[in-house]
Design a protein around this ligand. Structure first.
Ligand code: ATP
Ligand code: MG
Length: 603
């Protein structure tokens, strides 16, 4: 006998090992990782000198730029960084990479903290509170830049932007040295100080690392590391008119925070040589021409960058810039529109942290760029919801059903399980009366083949209620059915001995017109009609699905009057639904369909 493997969501087999874990495990064996000094706060070599060994075996970070709301791709990065830190008993820093003042804001920063917390992670570890801002390191970064200038490894370039671009060369042609490349260090230093002091116009000069204008890696051809930009920063205000470039700032942030493994997405692979060049030079001693010495700015061991493939999900875009555009252009109602692949959007749609975590575990981590089918995300959602979602009944496209053989005041109470696999969770109760609502599609005046539901002369069971026999229907002048009529068999109630005397093929759901809850229900389709909306330089706006949202007037089981906002219910036959966080009230209920019961998108 073969045994079928059981599948209990939340109790997935321990995730297979992956290349990130292999790297961590190898490093944990190395002596230099076992005695990494950590002063309990970020800082340069002086701060960590003589500090005790880091109690955290690994130190990771999640470093978003606060320039938008997080999306499902970030959920992957959150699960990797916070998840691996947890698994190895290490720390994961929550760090805002806020070095680019123009597009950043506190609103975005706050939403990011909310999203990470909601995902089930935090930045308090072993008495430490590891929430950091790259902007707090601006002074250190500035000193690091001066250090490089003095060491002869950086210079202020005052070529025009066009010349700089032209002189960079191409993939097949080496670059040309800037005429400023060999200016004396003291001159660069003076000009850099003038940059900081606001004596130069925006764009008049940049500080560049001095590496190799002939490098086959374009990123090593004297990359810019500081620019002049008069822009107010949401935390440092107008204190600075020069800002570090991301490629310069990020490695320094990692090193100051004593990060062991800096996981990032594959597009940064070409930046790794600069990451290593920069940190190695800031962490060693330099001897100056006059015999003086520059002592190391950063402590050893240095962090190392490791790339993994970003999440691409079919039928959505995962780029803050593009998502921002959908919001700004009014294509969606906001960052938290339930169609958005943002964490706030998914949450409002009814996604749970468990579903996102299971999704991330299933997609795993690798170096191979690929597209993940949206169905994988929905599959993880269904597998986490099915075992827990309370059941309810909703009629989404209602027509009246009238039981002609009972009096107007006939009423009875029916019961149904809260969850079919959890009898201990009890039952729901709802009334049945003469007038009910049923789905329009559950009646056909002239039934097609294999239609077992209501048609004149046929019997069906009203789920959890009685067997009825259809006697006909009313129609309007256009021939549209306006009501269905039936006889009820009063000795056929579910759960009574008489129930077994009736054999029917059809079973339909219904709600009592007397106390059913009128509600607005929002049904969603894919946001884009193209599988890869932004691949190959396509304009993603061209494939926006005009029918991604449909609102219907529905009738719900009366008990949903007290529905919990934020809790997902399974409406039998229709899928998973959640009361909308913004628009729902008990008096005017609004439910979002989180997902259908089965994957309806199969190609
Ligand atoms: P976007 O392009 O959407 O703005 P980003 O990479 O610029 O994304 P950051 O705020 O810098 O956004 O991202 C924070 C972290 O999340 C980074 O380490 C980044 O590599 C990771 N990340 C962003 N998008 C994805 C994705 N699609 N899949 C996996 N990780 C991602
Ligand atoms: Mg970005």
């Amino acid at each position: 006998m073969s045994s079928k493997p059981s599948h209990t969501p939340g109790a997935e087999p321990a995730p297979a090992t992956n290349f990130l874990k292999n790297i961590i495990e190898q490093d944990l064996q190395k002596p230099e990782y076992q005695n990494r000094p950590w002063a309990g706060r970020p800082g340069g070599a002086d701060v960590h000198a003589g500090a005790p060994a880091d109690p955290a075996p690994i130190r990771l970070r999640f470093p978003p730029e606060p320039n938008g709301y997080l999306h499902v791709g970030h959920a992957k990065a959150i699960c990797i960084n916070f998840g691996l830190a947890k698994e190895y008993g290490g720390a994961c820093h929550m760090r805002f990479d806020d070095t680019n003042p123009e597009k950043e804001s506190e609103e975005f920063a706050d939403s990011i903290l909310d999203a990470v917390r909601w995902m089930g992670f935090g930045w308090e570890q072993g008495g430490e509170y590891n929430l950091y801002h790259a902007s707090d390191y601006f002074e250190f970064m500035y000193q690091a830049a001066e250090f490089l200038i003095q060491a002869g490894l950086a210079y202020v370039d005052e070529q025009s932007a066009e010349d700089m671009r032209a002189n960079r060369g191409t993939l097949t042609q080496p670059g040309v040295d800037s005429p400023f490349r060999n200016r004396p260090a003291q001159e660069s230093l003076a000009r850099f100080r003038a940059m900081r002091a606001g004596e130069l116009a925006d764009g008049a000069a940049v500080l560049r690392a001095k590496i190799d204008m002939a490098s086959p890696n374009m990123n090593m051809r004297d990359p810019a590391i500081y620019r002049i930009k008069r822009a107010s920063h949401h935390r440092t205000g107008d204190e600075w008119c020069i800002y570090p470039m991301y490629t310069f700032a990020h490695p320094i942030e990692d090193a100051l925070e004593r990060i062991t493994h800096s996981f990032c997405t594959l597009e940064f692979e070409d930046q790794r040589p600069f990451y290593d060049w920069l940190l190695a030079n800031l962490a060693r001693e330099h001897t100056l021409a006059d015999g003086g010495k520059l002592s190391p700015l950063l402590a050893q061991p240095l962090p190392k960058q490791i790339e993994f493939s970003r999440l691409n999900l079919t039928y959505v875009v995962t780029s803050k810039r593009k998502l921002q555009q959908l919001v700004t252009d009014g294509r969606v109602s906001g960052w938290d529109d339930p169609r958005m692949p943002t964490i706030v959007g998914l949450r409002r749609r009814g996604y749970t942290p468990e579903a996102l975590q299971l999704f991330c575990a299933r997609i795993g981590v690798s170096k191979a760029d690929s597209w993940i089918d949206y169905a994988v995300l929905e599959g993880a959602l269904r597998d986490t919801l099915d075992p827990v979602a309370h059941r309810a009944v909703a009629v989404l496209d209602p027509i009246p059903l009238i039981l002609d053989n009972v009096d107007d005041d006939w009423a009875d109470l029916c019961t149904a399980p809260v969850h079919p696999h959890h009898p201990e969770w009890g039952v729901r109760q709802f009334t049945i009366g003469k007038r009910l609502w049923i789905e329009a599609e559950d009646f056909q005046e002239n039934p097609e083949k294999k239609f077992f539901r209501l048609y004149p002369g046929n019997r069906v069971r009203l789920r959890y209620g009685y067997v009825i026999e259809c006697t006909g229907c009313d129609k309007d002048e256009n021939g549209k059915v306006t009501a269905v009529h039936a006889q009820v068999f009063l000795d056929s109630k579910s759960g009574t001995p008489g129930a077994d005397n009736y054999k029917v093929k059809g079973n339909i759901h219904w709600v009592d017109a007397e106390d059913a809850l009128p509600a607005t229900v929002r049904l969603y389709d894919r946001l884009f009609t193209e599988e890869h909306p932004d691949a190959g330089g396509k304009n993603f706006l061209d494939s926006l699905n005009p029918n991604s949202l449909t609102e219907v007037k529905a009738y719900l089981e009366a008990g949903l009057r007290d529905a919990w906002v934020g809790t997902v219910y399974q409406f039998e036959r229709h899928g998973y639904f959640v009361a909308d966080m913004k628009d729902h009230t008990n008096d005017a209920p609004v439910f979002n369909r989180t997902a259908t019961l089965k994957d309806g998108w199969v190609k």
